[in-house]
Structures are given as structure tokens and as C-alpha cells.
Design a protein around this ligand. Structure first.
Ligand code: CO
Length: 188
């Protein structure tokens, strides 16, 4: 499957609102190939040369419904820093991920969110949980895992898992007051 900025479906296509179904485990060859290609897209998308050459839009995650396939598959690659300030890469190829708990504390990205399926900018606080615990099958490590996520990773996981419900980031922006103060929220 060719994955680029032209083949990724946009929010102008009602398909993006489709709910995604869990996939059978162990993964079929077809689902495994799809997940690996999605992961490759995310990795290549942050390589300037490849992005330019193959029409890739830089991203940290992609979900299968963005290719028009309503399956609970998502690939995430994030270069971040740990608490001590050392560079750390969070990399997952997840099947059937589920949020099993969320913090009461909320969080949002100071610069807002973007999405491969959203061409326009939507300004405002995309309010999410500050921390989430996610259970999933992970194809990178080939096992069931539990991710205790905080900060940017927590935001990205919630963004991608929202795609399974047909929810887009701007659905979380307060329409009357996009930059409304969120008491106690963690600003990332
Ligand atoms: Co998205």
C-alpha cells in the first residue's frame, strides 16, 4: 500500500469518522504488513529528504482508519526527553490498544495539535488526560504491553486512539472559547 499525503484520507471524507474494530490476534499476515508499513511511514516522515521525495507529511503517529481501513492498529514514533533530559525514543506498533485508566488531571499541548487527516489549522487547547495507562499488543516487542504514559506520549496515544472512535483533535476544542483556561492542567 502506498502511504503518502495524497493517499491518507482527510476529514473531508466521512470515512474518517468510521469506528474501527479490534483485529484478531495473533495478527494476520495482512494486518502485520499494514502495521509495519504504517510504522515505516511515521519513521520516514521525519526524514526531510524522504518526506520531500515521497510526499510525506511529518508525523508522530498514524492509525489505520487514516488509510480508510477501520482496524484498531496504530503506529507511534516519538523522539522525546526523559525526566533527566536525556533523549528517548518511544516507538510502538499497537494492535487493539485500550486506555485502561486516565488521570483526573488534564493536559494540552501549548502549540495545539495537528493531524495527517486535517489540512487546516485548528487553534485552541485540545484538552486531554495528563496521564493514561494503555494496554495493547505491540508488534515491535511482540508481546502484550502496558504503557504508563505521561506528557507528550500520553497526548499522542489519546490522539491516535481517538481515531478508532472517529474522533478528531479539534472535537476537543472549546468552540466558544478555544483558549479557555483549564485550571490545574499540565501545559506541555
Ligand atoms: Co490524527
Amino acid at each position: 500500500m502506498l502511504i503518502n499525503n495524497d493517499t491518507i484520507i482527510k476529514d473531508t471524507d466521512p470515512l474518517i469518522r468510521t469506528k474501527s474494530e479490534p483485529v484478531p490476534l495473533p495478527l494476520s499476515k495482512e494486518d502485520e504488513d499494514l502495521l509495519r508499513q504504517m510504522h515505516q511511514y511515521v519513521v520516514d516522515s521525519t526524514d526531510e529528504e524522504k518526506a520531500e521525495k515521497f510526499n510525506l507529511r511529518p508525523s508522530v503517529g498514524i492509525s489505520a482508519i487514516q488509510l480508510g481501513i477501520p482496524k484498531q492498529l496504530t503506529a507511534i514514533v516519538i523522539d522525546d526527553y526523559d525526566k533527566e533530559g536525556n533523549p528517548i525514543r518511544h516507538e510502538f506498533m499497537l494492535a487493539n490498544p485500550k486506555i485502561v485508566s486516565s488521570s483526573v488531571q488534564q493536559a494540552y499541548l501549548e502549540s495545539g495539535e495537528g493531524c495527517l487527516s486535517v489540512a487546516e489549522e485548528h487553534e485552541g487547547h485540545v484538552v486531554r488526560a495528563a496521564r493514561v495507562k494503555v494496554r495493547a499488543y505491540d508488534l515491535i516487542t511482540n508481546q502484550y504491553i502496558e504503557i504508563r504514559a505521561r506528557g507528550y506520549l500520553a497526548i499522542v496515544l489519546q490522539h491516535e486512539l481517538d481515531h478508532f472512535k472517529g474522533v478528531l483533535f479539534y472535537d476537543h476544542i472549546n468552540k466558544d472559547d478555544p483558549f479557555k483556561e483549564i485550571p490545574g492542567a499540565l501545559v506541555i
